[in-house]
Write a protein that binds this ligand. Sequence first.
Ligand SMILES: Cc1ncc(COP(=O)(O)O)c(C=O)c1O
Length: 404
Amino acid sequence: MKKPIYLDNHATTPCDPHVIDAMLPYFSENFGNASSRQHRYGWDADAAVEHARSIIASSLKTATSSVIFTSGATESNNLVLKGICEALEGERNEIVTCATEHSSVLDVCRALEKKGFVLRYVPVDGTGLVNADALCALLSPRTALVSIMTANNEVGTLAPLKEIGLVCRQSGVRFHTDAAQAYGKIPLDMQEMNLDILSLSAHKLYGPKGVGALVLGPSVRRSILAPQQHGGGHESHLRAGTLNVPGIVGFGKAAEIAQSSMTNEADQIAKLRDRLQEELLTAGDAIVNGNTSQRLSNNLNIRFAGVPASSLIARLKKEVAFSSASACSTADPSAPAASHVLLALGLSAGAALSSVRFGLGRFTTEEDVVSAAAAILSAVRTLRRDSREGVFVSPSSTTMTEPA
Ligand SMILES: Cc1ncc(COP(=O)(O)O)c(C=O)c1O
């Protein structure tokens, strides 16, 4: 059976075949534990891990020792926020972040708030842009950490990292950025962009799932971070646990490919995205969410007035795989909750619930875009017609029923 066209590359990306090839030997002949220091199996595994570490570090123009491997960006965000707050408790008790962050930052911040930390949210404009001056006004000698994502995972809006980094540096505050969506898609030079700490995830850049990194720039003393996992001296005593050697090798390979192909790939993907955007805007009563100039090249978040995202996704489930900008509430999956990101941008709940996110990627073709656009436009027209005629479309199935 033909699979739907994949346009959900913000959720995850397929593993690049070169990445898979690089990983395979580390499941079989090179299966060693990178911490086994007394024999060849361990040395080979360790050499492969260090090679991956040096690729990732050099892509960020930082020292190899800066890279701490983790299980992904969620863990990295947990480690940096909890680790720094724990280390500085009593000295500094404020965190500056933003309402549009990923839940792996926001939920950790809320957990820290319960322990007595004070959260300060920088406002965003209607496109999701953070203003560095507004952020500056929130900094104080009590600020433990500023955490602002590099690129938003729903609307793709890019933060003015360099300006934020400068403001933080001038105030003596550490700046962390969750770069899960941006790493490998835009150049990130830690020194030049005044970045102290980064969270990365391999599966967003055509690498494997379950591996990521926390990158601590030279301006960050190791002692500033209290480890959150104990059980061995791995990763400079900051993250205990046997290293995921095949995953790390794959992450390194994915980073290497991204470094060499980033510029061309971003241009090519942006052209396809722009084409999809143009086509979809012909539906009429359609608006692009987010910032159309400061945006990830692969992102399109769009709302079609009068078309519930859940109905559109359900109608197209056999043709196109994409997602709503809203997360279904786990308590009641039949009642979708409006996206916290879109609400923070000032959209009404109704507008947020009519918004959908497309994420293009390395393997998206022109044919994919043309076919997907045609299918989406046709579904939007049908749903609008049905709604005018009073036909109710169940979001959980494409079964048509009369409203009760
Ligand atoms: C911005 C952002 N941060 C963090 C994460 C979590 O990454 P991981 O799946 O590696 O834990 C994601 C994944 O959706 C993301 O988009």
